[in-house]
Design a protein around this ligand. Sequence first.
Ligand code: F0G
Length: 456
Amino acid sequence: MALPIIEPFRIKSVEPIRLTTREQRKELLEQAGLNVFQLHADDVLLDFLTDSGTGAMSARQWAAIMEGDESYAGSKSFFRLEAVVRELTGYQTIIPTHQGRAAERILFEVATKPGDIVPSNTHFDTTRANLEYDQVEALDLVIPEGLEPRTRHPFKGNIDLGRVEALLKDRGARVPFGMITITNNSGGGQPVSLENIRAYSALLKRFGKPLIIDACRFAENAMFVKMREPGQAEKSARDIAREIFRSADGCTMSAKKDGMVNIGGFLALNDEGWVEAAKNLLILTEGFPTYGGLAGRDLEALAVGLEEVTDEAYLRYRLRTAEYLGEKLRAAGVGIVEPTGGHAVYLDAKDFLPHLKPEDYPAWALSAALYVEGGIRGAEIGSVMFGKRLPDGTETYHPMELVRLAFPRRVYTQSHFDYAAEIICDLKRKAREVHGVRFVKQARWLRHFTAQMRWA
Ligand code: F0G
């Protein structure tokens, strides 16, 4: 008999969540300009907006917090974190930052120049925005399967090596380094195979270019490799993660994901030229190199989190959560990105709301409707996030219209996911009642955070 995969922890501290009525939620969402980012979190029942910084820390992490050394320079908490990151990644220098995008910003400022091109499988929105801010082209070269929500492939996050090679041959002089996002968040939380990372790195090396990993969800990616990649099942998830890092030359890390902490990040590098410039910029914008915008206690909690996250009982339960919700939705005919990714389930809004056109922003409309129906907050990954208003007033649209339900780590239980499944399946039955949305106001950068919308 196959036993259910249970939450491999018991709960020591709880936080109440508040039930609201449908009428209240309708009103609250109107006040928020139909933008779930603008809601008060207190008015949300199940918060699947992000898995970033929203996880529960373990008893060991809370204990480590008390060990935090708050010395301005040379804090022992930094050296503890440095040792853990070196063991895990093999990279020489670790530069703590307050979160992932600070690591990105620093790396891009020291390692790119206007007109450069940085390829990746899919750049996350902050990564893309930080590159574009520096007038660098952020080029997404995920394999074609990665753009087809319904196509099943074990490693839909893989980068298209043929297109990378063509880029390096045609415009290689403009490529300072390559990146790869593991797991591929914007493409559905899909993993990248170890083989693909190795081959990509070797290809870049042939052209003298380093590889930088966007490593936010490295542990989930490593577990997928263990479970899906031929020849990897016998290795531990940690050893696989160690191999992944050692196939590349550095990483940017948002520790708010697989660092299992509420705030934090780092840039880890081998290249000494970049390191010196990065440290100087760090001092200017984040802080002294042994704390980089974090408290000593944050560094301690992160050091423990980076050890706990590769625990296979945890990772098995973690990946099972998305799979479990995915099975329930699929059984009810709800279109999702297949197969389910690591940290989230992605609803295919084009399939859910077939009566809406791209200019109706179907994924945005679906995220708004989910909140009204059940107090569930998800995030649009579609044309509001990735489309653009051009100077001539025309709009560009994203090929995929997804709503991401991202799961905070160690926070919700199976009955929360049962509730979510019921709400989504019920909404599916009355999907025709959901209207499209129109922009009332939008910002130039990262417009999804502040957009004001109205129902069409
Ligand atoms: N890279 C990826 C793949 C991410 O998913 C994120 C953040 C970042 C970089 C930036 O890290 O937030 O610490 O500055 N993703 C969050 C999310 C916001 O909801 O997926 P950050």
